[in-house]
Write a new protein. Structure first.
Length: 259
């Protein structure tokens, strides 16, 4: 990480930008997308939780080659987050009989390096109601592509979560806890290229089966910010944010990521 910071300081100086000051927490190294909710700092990720919608607002984490090198076998099942009280959190009963699966935002395969990280990835604070065919299809393909990219020697920062592109009254809810069912899901990935310049890719999926190639779901990060009301990577200098947010990832970027 020291190399990353040093190189980036040189880049910001060249752009006459303010000194770069990263967050000490590696999972939100480049800023919090928002803070309007309950912040939960987990061993392998950080998330902002809505106790009203019973879903994470965003989940953010850092992946390195070492983190995905030797995944443990899954050993934990889903459960409510003990850091929140009943009434503030989703419960297993909310998903019982639902047509939606419990879709993890921080992917279990990304969180399987040690038991404590894996266990917390199974709490329902890391989960949203997701269409099963999306979860086991395009969503998983994107997660796998990002992980393979990391295994080639890349550090990446992932921010992911739900979108509600409909009036509150029209959003479906499940269970006695009235857990909100997202209309879409987003995923944003930040990494450094071979020249150490920052690059990013954003994706949006409807919460239903998506059959197209992954590149079809690429979106400019600025568009995702508009959809969600979030601001990604706010600690990066404004000039860098503009470069990585205003256009969707190029075909060469996506190809490098195996997309």
């Amino acid at each position: 990480m020291k190399k990353t910071v040093i190189v980036f300081l040189l880049l910001t100086a060249a752009l006459a930008a303010p000194a770069y000051s990263p967050n000490d927490n590696e999972n939100v190294r480049f800023g919090f997308p928002s803070k309007n909710g309950v912040m939960l700092y987990k061993n392998g990720f950080t998330l902002l939780y809505s106790t009203y919608k019973k879903n994470p607002v965003w989940v953010s984490y850092h992946l390195t080659p070492d983190y995905v090198k030797k995944p443990l076998k899954p050993k934990y099942s889903f459960g409510p987050d003990p850091r929140l009280k009943k009434g503030e959190r989703a419960e297993l009963a909310d998903y019982a009989g639902s047509p939606y699966v419990r879709g993890r935002m921080a992917c279990l395969k990304d969180m399987s390096r040690v038991n404590d990280v894996m266990k917390e990835a199974c709490y329902l604070t890391n989960v949203c109601p997701m269409n099963d065919e999306l979860y086991r299809g395009a969503w998983q393909k994107l997660e796998d592509s990002v992980r393979r990219f990391v295994m080639k020697g890349k550090d990446v920062w992932v921010v992911t979560g739900p979108v509600y592109a409909a009036p509150d009254r029209d959003i479906k809810k499940i269970g006695a806890g009235k857990v909100y069912v997202p209309t879409h899901f987003y995923k944003v990935v930040l990494y450094q290229g071979g020249d150490y310049s920052f690059k990013a890719a954003g994706f949006v999926f409807l919460n239903k089966k998506q059959s197209g190639p992954l590149w079809e779901y690429a979106r400019p990060i600025a568009e995702i910010e508009e959809m969600t009301g979030l601001r990604f990577f706010s600690l990066l200098p404004p000039e860098v944010q503009t470069l990585i947010k205003e256009k969707k990832a190029t075909p060469s970027q996506l190809a490098a990521m195996g997309i």
